[in-house]
Ligand binder design. Structure first.
Ligand SMILES: NC(=O)c1ccc[n+]([C@@H]2O[C@H](COP(=O)([O-])OP(=O)(O)OC[C@H]3O[C@@H](n4cnc5c(N)ncnc54)[C@H](OP(=O)(O)O)[C@@H]3O)[C@@H](O)[C@H]2O)c1
Length: 287
């Protein structure tokens, strides 16, 4: 695979997909939203992949709680959809970059998960995303990358940072869980990293595409309040037990980044530095 690549982005209308298409400006890109291509449609996927050199799959069922009661539907997108793309790539010469998640891990570790740590998803969403990883590795072992990411925020979708930014203006105080740790990751940085790893012709395999450092949701909310010019003391600590959700959330979503050295790339920048850099590109809450 050399320069002049023809790129295909699936799920191009999503939060990551939108930033990916922006990061690929000036290149030869086919950007397909869900309306253009349903990744569960095997024949449509084969036709769409034809003629491309790199496929980035940003399409997914991402409603974590709904997946608990709609696992077959989530599986169709996250596992069968990924398999359809991998099979179509295998039929030609294309590489596939499959975006995955920290939810493939049990979330009960105390040190960053290395890329080859054993997986043990605790939710339906995590199971379906892990099945997608397996399918891609099995069908396209030498021409695929799995890029696991987590705690995404960006300009083009609902996310925790946008919610907290809105709450600065609508709430005096807000209670946020302080017993889940992770790596808030800007979709702008992730999109740049996807392009960089393809350009660097990173070896096929699994990479952890999350920001460096770690914080809790409480820590992230405080950072959002600070950047909004509000008093971070308005963000109060709560616990997961006080905020039960249909799908269990991993307590520990901190991922290790050692594999980037194989690609000759440094780890991604720290989450707080990225948040400051992203800030002006994120939409202000409607008043
Ligand atoms: N958001 C996070 O915090 C997070 C964390 C870890 C990993 N990830 C992974 O990162 C990737 C991007 O997520 P995101 O945050 O950008 O999610 P998103 O905004 O929900 O984008 C996903 C896109 O996929 C589309 N889609 C759903 N079903 C489809 C189908 N059958 N065929 C084609 N497109 C379909 C969605 O369209 P509709 O909106 O019309 O349904 C949406 O545009 C996903 O692989 C996700 O699993 C996200």
């Amino acid at each position: 695979m050399t320069g002049g690549r023809r790129w295909l982005v699936t799920g191009a209308g999503g939060m990551l997909g939108t930033d990916l298409v922006a990061a690929l400006a000036g290149r030869e890109v086919t950007a397909l939203t869900r309306g253009d291509l349903d990744v569960t449609d095997v024949a449509a996927v084969a036709a769409a992949v034809h003629g491309h050199d790199v496929v980035v799959n940003a399409a997914a069922w991402t409603q974590v709680d709904d997946a608990q009661t709609h696992e077959p539907e989530a599986f169709a997108v996250n596992a069968v959809g990924a398999a359809n793309l991998a099979r179509a790539c295998a039929a030609g010469a294309a590489w596939l970059l499959q975006v995955s998640t920290d939810y493939v891990f049990a979330g009960d570790a105390q040190v960053p998960y290395p890329e080859d740590a054993p997986t043990a998803p605790r939710s339906a969403y995590g199971r379906t995303k892990l099945a997608g990883e397996w399918a891609v590795r099995a069908l396209l072992p030498d021409r695929s990358w799995i890029a696991r990411t987590a705690w995404l925020y960006g300009a083009a979708g609902p996310n925790f940072v946008a919610t907290m930014r809105r709450m600065v203006t609508t709430h005096d105080t807000v209670g946020v869980v302080d017993d889940q740790s992770g790596q808030p990751t800007w979709t702008g940085d992730l999109a740049d990293r996807v392009v960089a790893m393809v350009d660097a012709q990173a070896p096929a395999g699994t990479y952890h595409a999350t920001a460096a450092g770690a914080t809790t949701w409480w820590g992230l909310a405080r950072a959002v309040f600070e950047l909004s010019g509000a008093d971070p003391a308005r963000v109060l600590r709560t616990t997961t037990e006080q905020f039960p959700r249909p799908a269990p959330r991993p307590a520990w979503s901190v991922l290790g980044h050692d594999r980037w050295a194989l690609a000759g790339l440094p780890p991604m920048r720290a989450w707080d530095e990225a948040l400051r850099a992203a800030w002006t590109s994120l939409p202000e809450p409607a008043r």
